[in-house]
Design a protein around this ligand. Structure first.
Ligand SMILES: [Mn+2]
Length: 305
């Protein structure tokens, strides 16, 4: 069946170690398994030292039919960073902070300018979500009503510059589905409450755990708490009415959320595979889930390095 693999962020050595642990071997330059395929959950680039090798490997598996690769917010941001605006500047601003986020990736492509351009073309082809009768997968969050909009627009990848521009236009129907699938839901914090993220950026919004039932969850369960801090926030009544990923739905796989500590299922049908491989400080892991079609997931199926 399928091995789902979480955020890699340029950590090529760990990716090789994980694929080998999962029983994949290199044949004619491509990693293969006799009976399994991979779905990569996005975020191949940035933060780690060898994005170029990660992309080459992922791309070789995709092109050989051994894997599918979803787009993550880092790939989407990379496309925005390198796409000029008609009125000057770029779709993603070249602020110091944003330049620094993309620096390791650029270093890995030094002297490989043509390959970098080819890599950007590859990113345009990556799907935003994969849905079968047995599972769903996307980089950050699944919400049927937003996926329905993408289906209606017949859109499941960035495809070209024109669609990329639509996806960052707040008035376009594609904007919200892409935001949600790639970054997950967020809530503005009440006035006066803010925190600094791991990069020192001041944040006035918090991520909302879309797999928790907001009608009954506590604020600590529902909001992603910043490191070493607890957000002292009441759950607003409008958020209590939000949709969430119901216990009866098919299993959903995603990355994005920088979990730390012991690898665990969030719910029997909700599986996040991002365990901060890019953070040595947090003793990060690269994590896979070996999926055999079960509707109730179990911890024994996790494999990590
Ligand atoms: Mn990530």
């Amino acid at each position: 069946m399928i091995d789902f693999i979480g955020d890699i962020h340029g950590h090529y050595d760990r990716l090789i170690a994980l694929l080998e642990k999962l029983g994949y071997t290199k044949k004619n330059g491509v990693y293969k398994h006799p009976s399994r395929r991979v779905i990569f959950l996005g975020d191949y680039l940035d933060r780690g030292p060898d994005a170029r090798s990660v992309i080459r490997l992922v791309r070789s598996m995709v092109e050989a039919g051994e894997a599918e690769a979803l787009i993550g917010n880092h790939e989407f941001n990379t496309l925005c960073f390198w796409t000029p605006r008609a009125e000057g500047g770029y779709l993603r601003e070249h602020s110091i902070n944003k330049i620094l986020i993309h620096t390791e990736t650029l270093c890995s492509y030094q002297h490989h300018d043509l390959e970098f351009m080819e890599m950007l073309r590859f990113l345009y082809t990556l799907p935003l979500y994969i849905e079968t009768d047995l599972f769903r997968a996307q980089h950050a969050c699944f919400d049927s009503s937003y996926v329905d909009i993408l289906k209606k627009e017949n859109c499941n990848s960035v495809q070209n510059e024109e669609i990329l521009k639509r996806m960052i236009d707040k008035n376009d129907p594609l904007y919200k589905p892409v935001e949600l699938l790639l970054k997950g839901p967020e809530m503005a914090l009440p006035k006066g409450i803010s925190y600094r993220d791991s990069e020192g950026v001041l944040r006035t919004r918090t991520r909302v755990c879309w797999w928790e039932n907001p009608a009954t969850a506590s604020s600590a369960e529902l909001f992603m708490q910043p490191e070493n801090e607890i957000l002292d926030v009441e759950v607003p009544s409008e958020i209590r009415k939000w949709n969430y990923y119901h216990e009866s739905e098919r299993p959903v796989f995603f990355g994005h959320y920088w979990f730390t500590g012991e690898v665990r299922l969030l719910k029997p049908n909700v599986c996040c595979l991002d365990y901060s491989v890019a953070s040595y400080k947090k003793n990060g892991k690269l994590v896979a889930y070996r999926f055999d079609g079960e509707s109730t997931l179990t911890r024994e199926h996790f494999v990590y390095v």
